[in-house]
Design a protein around this ligand. Sequence first.
Ligand code: ADP
Length: 866
Amino acid sequence: MMAQYWSLKDKAGDCLLFYRMGDFFELFFDDAKAAAATLDIALTSRGEHGGEPVPMCGVPVHAAESYLARLIRAGHRVAIAEQVESPAEAKARGGSKALVARAIVRFVTAGTLTEEALLEGRSANRLAALAEVGSEGEVSIAAADISTGRFEVVAVRREAVDAELARLAPSELLVSEGAEAPVAGARQIVRRPAGEFASTAGQKRLEALFGVQTLDGFGSFSRGEIAAMGAIAAYLDHVGTGSAVFLQPPLRVSASDRMAIDAATRESLELVRTMAGARDGSLLATIDRTVTAAGARLLADDLASPLTDKGAILERLDLVDSLARDALWRGELRATLRALPDAGRALGRLVAGRGGPRDLAQLRDALGGARLLREHLARRADLPPLLARLLPGLDGHGALVDELTRALIETPPVDAAQGGYIAEGYDHGLDALRETARDGRKAIAVLEAGYRDRTGIASLKIRHNGVLGYHVEVPAKHADTLMAPDSGFTHRQTLAGVVRFNSADLHEAASRVTQAGVHALAAEAAHLETLTEQATQRREAIAASCDVLARIDVAAALADHAMSHNWCRPDLADEPCLDVSGGRHPVVEATLAKSGERFVPNDVSLSEADRLWLVTGPNMGGKSTFLRQNALIVVLAQAGGFVPAASAKLGLVDRLFSRVGASDNLARGRSTFMVEMVETAAILAQATPQSFVILDEVGRGTSTYDGLALAWSVVEAVHEVNRCRCLFATHYHELTRLAETLNALSLHHVRAREWQGDLVLLHEVAEGPADRSYGLAVARLAGVPAGVVKRAEAVLAKLEAGREATGGLAAGLDDLPLFAATLAAAPAAAKDALREALGAIDPDALAPREALDTLYALKRLMADEA
Ligand code: ADP
């Protein structure tokens, strides 16, 4: 057995090997250790290998799916080795000791799933492949979601690979053996033989996959693009989905049709995932009101790739707009869509050969719903152009829907094994078989009554089980009656309380029932196959209809959210501007709303003549929030949605950049000043006059002088060279001097006030520089002990005096009194008085009036202290 195991394990490579033994999949050696740890199941052992016990664990076959799901989620890939002959066949082949032949029938990997239970309904699941052919510095990326058949390919410059992968967020990424692998974007990198990335072989593989003579009908592809797509086809072959896989003809996307957003920017703006990787808390999760899973997947794609084509954006905006204006219509549409099943993924399962009656019913219901929707929409007079264009795509499945409606019962089972899913009246032969089976069962009931009469045993029953089939059962005390030689019954089995018999009549009736049942099952299975074939032949048209439904869902969802949150339709301008009044950050606003707090709206107005805003003000004052809300407004607008503002006008943005100073995102654990500078370098290299850049606390990750100097020169470069629209937040007050020399730079600050010794952050952006940094006030707000803050005030006074006198920052520190001296002078006594008073209170003993008086007294004590 071990020899067989090792040869399979060899084929499985770095996948865990599920080795089928009876009702279990067993894992051995390191596979067993890894699986036991991930699944939290017992690790046992079996036999010995090289003098050591062999570690082993197993999962029951009937529950394998849920275990697979957990292994895949934990980043494993699994090879399934099944028994490919029965024990009897093995015996006939090789004698009684022969080992049952086994073979790997399938690889289960994160990027090639179609099972409903293993997939997240509201997210796409992509398999991507990278190919670099020739030396032009261009890399092709193909991405397939085989659960819905979407297949796209794009060619980008090598520097943009990470950005593109971040957009696609594939769950598995194929790269050629020996090629350099990108770091970001993919959860799992799988190395495949270089031969699978060859463009000539790839072309053949794709032609075979799509059953075409040439790929020309799908568009013209570069060799690199064909290589990347071919690698996907080869991998699908390898994992065992092979020709059964659902891929739509490849769609060639052009990087310039979409806003360029690199990986770091995506991460920092938390478009579809938070920095911690969760969907919750992202822009997507905050605004997602889609009512279908396909809609949710499309909205995620839209937010991840905003458009750059004005016409296309306006088309989407018009649709959202008309849905926003008509709440009744919107509500009807959403109610209709909500009831429709996820036909895209049902189709994926059917094409992959893993579909069942339930999947066909989902197609029936979704496509039937789509047809009604089309009729309903066609009656509207003022249909927005996008909808008018998409509408025909909803229909054309009439014959299939009718056939499925006639063929299937209302709610068929997921699994075909038990039959019963083909409707009465669809096939007269099947009806007759069922009738026979029914008659047979009736005959058996008649027999039962007759036997009771004849034997006088009222407790006699005819039962059915898997081993004996139909049989007569009587309590043990009556057994003798039936045991009599001329009773007409044959003894079959004696159990503790009952004895079981057979009879000739029963046998005959039973075999009629069983035979009819077997034939009926076979007839149903044949129908299932034909219907599946009819549906999958129309796969592309069905997938297109699903896309249309998803697009309507997204538009209605955006409109719905916009209306309930007072969002507005953005205007698109031809010149590079960004004019927003009353702008808000949707995620921060939603978070504040939970605790009943109000978000303070803010305006921005960037134009060619005033394109760089330098924003200063205290920490926690709202600078980052202000920067990000404007980036999000740009993303939302170009994704074709309304924006969180009272009004907004923008010139289209070709590239969006967001950078956060190193010390601000230390939480990510890997950020260093180096990363910050690498990212800043990318902006300076790539931003164009059509770009929008937000820079938050750049230069913070190094010493004061270095940081200030860098921030200074970065602002100058952005202003003079890139000439892009830019919001630059900084705590370096010194940068405000730049306003004197840079004419398209203006100064702004987030307002704060000190009021009765407390710092009040107004979160309001106003013109001009901040009057001071409020750093010490923020420290006090944060609970830094009063003594330490007082000491800092002293140090600050000296520093400032020294700087004025000598120009040296630390020059004034020489005659600074010792720390201990300031501490001694700190009002420790008053603080203790407050503690003492607090300690003396017995809340239970206070009348309401007294409690209030006590509170006032405590406030007075505190005022004394300050
Ligand atoms: P900074 O970048 O100036 O340090 P942040 O933008 O991180 O400040 O904001 C700090 C906190 O202040 C936010 O987490 C949020 O709770 C609150 N805040 C920011 N902007 C606003 C606003 N416009 N209205 C209300 N609260 C805000």
